[in-house]
Design a protein around this ligand. Sequence first.
Ligand code: NI
Length: 185
Amino acid sequence: MHCITQYVRSIYQQFVQRMAILDILEYPDPRLRTKAKPIATVTDRHRQLIDDMLETMYDAPGIGLAATQVNVHEQLIVIDVSEGRDTPLVFINPGISVLDDELRAYEEGCLSVPDYQDTVKRPAHVKVQALDRNGDPFEMQPDDLLAVCIQHEMDHLNGKLFVDYLSSLKRQRLRTKIAKRQRAG
Ligand code: NI
């Protein structure tokens, strides 16, 4: 009996863990300004967090999510920019270098700033180094949307949001809109 109970519980826990949708912090929550710490050793706890963050990102739906946004202040990002939503990417302790001066403008949005998009200019050509979910290092030169997305998510780890790049007038309008929505419930 004991074994069966344990078996049922483990199945249940697996199910619950697979389905874990995390709460996403929303601007202007001050916790989004926290700087994330590097991960010394990638453990099962991190792999569980990665799975939960992917679940949360797909559910939202979004194309990227930084641990900061789910109130975990460690350097971890998940991204999927594929059309089929079947190519999850994980970046732990990401580092970036800008390869040239070219900037590209992209219309960005953010799961922490619902119902708002605006254009941000970022370096077009970058190189990224990070660890994968097993703690193994890798390097890539992302293009287009992926390059934008990685830079956007890395900003989150530094406590920065895409709206920080906008004019103060635009930010003020956004805050007014959010305040109105909060009053309306
Ligand atoms: Ni974002």
